[in-house]
Design a protein around this ligand. Structure first.
Ligand SMILES: [Cu+2]
Length: 155
């Protein structure tokens, strides 16, 4: 399933005037929006969250990380991207759009709030049980541990 050597196309959008470029890259697939928030919109007790924290996407879809609250970024977690996929990392307080072509699981964290549990999981296409198991066994710290457990429990 990893035989296709498609690269992730990384498109960083720094201001809205660049949205034409983003539209060109993402027009074939869906754009899934993930907000970076100080406080969850659905559960106000949850602090420092990506919302939604789980996204199911098709290969070729785009993910748009939106800095709704200040002080966050979005970057892949080491060891939590599919084989052959490229890591990505947004700048603090900047929107980031990534096109995910390679099937598998992508673990995402906010660098300053990883320990506070600011993580997200993106599933692209179909994921085998083996891949799922391997990803669920990656060790995490602080609240990231509990939140990842919560996400993997849903599978
Ligand atoms: Cu954060």
């Amino acid at each position: 399933m990893f035989s296709r050597c498609l690269a992730i196309v990384l498109v960083a959008i720094y201001c809205n005037s660049n949205s034409a470029a983003y539209a060109a890259d993402c027009q074939d697939g869906k754009v899934h929006e993930i907000k970076m928030l100080n406080k969850s919109k659905t559960d106000p007790k949850m602090k420092m969250v990506f919302e939604p924290s789980f996204v199911l996407a098709d290969p070729g879809d785009c993910i748009k990380f939106i800095p709704t609250s200040k002080g966050h970024n979005a970057e892949t977690i080491k060891g939590m991207i599919p084989m052959g996929a490229e890591k990505f990392k947004s700048k603090m307080n900047k929107e980031l759009i990534v096109k995910l072509d390679i099937e598998g699981l992508y673990g995402v964290k906010c660098k300053p709030h990883y320990q506070m549990g600011m993580i997200a999981l993106i599933q692209v296409g179909e994921v085998s049980e083996g891949v799922m198991k391997k990803a669920s066994k990656i060790k995490h710290r602080g609240k990231a541990k509990d939140r990842f457990r919560g996400l993997f429990d849903k599978f």
